[in-house]
Design a protein around this ligand. Structure first.
Ligand SMILES: [Zn+2]
Length: 229
């Protein structure tokens, strides 16, 4: 016996799964332009049809792969092949379309953000204060996605899951996908470019009313049945 997801129609598209359609609802709520399955590729000789190409929240488009569970090694290899071949970053997002972390806006200092420091001997430099982390706010967080990057100086990094959160840009109305929701440079207005003001961090804006509404819309959306559903 085998089961397959029922196709889901939304916004003039036929999605392969409800989960993909929910992400499309999420992007629409936030005004994030998206394309669904715009182009298939041969990655190392095998056909690969990535889910979403997203625009406008940065200078650079990026791929957004929707997974219902933690990705396999071979899925990550293919995603890396896509990043390398297309020269665009690929997010393999495996968490549900729901708020990825509690409100952390009470964290306003670098000490709170980094967690406890401890003195550590470093051979070249002597005693150094190094974060003994993780900070207490990080303990119960779950990773949401892998980000696969195009090669840098011919090299790729091993895939590592991280806390990639949709977050409101502190400089403009855009919504960005950032590690731990931290935005240093506005990719649209370029404010903050070239420096990182220590006073800028931490600035959590992933649990705003706007994002709460978008996650809710995605999770609660009702769709008509697919043609055979
Ligand atoms: Zn911005």
């Amino acid at each position: 016996m085998s089961i397959t997801p029922i196709e889901t129609r939304y916004a003039g598209h036929r999605f392969r799964s409800r989960l993909e359609a929910r992400w499309a609802v999420f992007f629409d709520q936030l005004g994030i332009p998206w394309e669904y399955e715009p182009q298939g590729y041969l990655v190392d000789g095998a056909p690969y049809l990535p889910d979403f190409l997203l625009y406008a929240n940065s200078d650079q488009a990026f791929w957004f792969e929707v997974k219902g569970q933690f990705p396999t090694d071979s899925e990550l290899e293919r995603a890396q092949g896509l990043a390398t071949g297309s020269e665009l970053p690929v997010y393999v997002y495996f968490a549900k379309p729901e708020m990825p972390a509690p409100d952390l806006s009470h964290i306003t200092t670098m000490d709170q953000f980094h967690g406890p420091d401890q003195w550590t001997w470093v051979d070249e430099d002597g005693w150094q204060v190094i974060s003994a982390g993780p900070a207490s706010w990080e303990y119960n967080l779950k990773p949401t996605a892998f980000r696969l990057n195009p090669p840098f100086k011919g090299k790729t990094r091993p895939p590592k899951s991280g806390f990639w959160w949709w977050t409101d840009c502190p400089f403009c109305p855009a919504v960005l996908l950032k590690l731990r929701g931290q935005v240093g440079i506005c990719p649209i207005r370029h404010q903050g470019e070239g420096w990182v003001d220590p006073g800028l961090y931490p600035r959590f804006a992933h649990n705003t009313a706007r994002l709460q509404k978008a996650y809710w819309a995605a999770r609660s959306a009702r769709f008509e049945h697919g043609e055979r559903g």
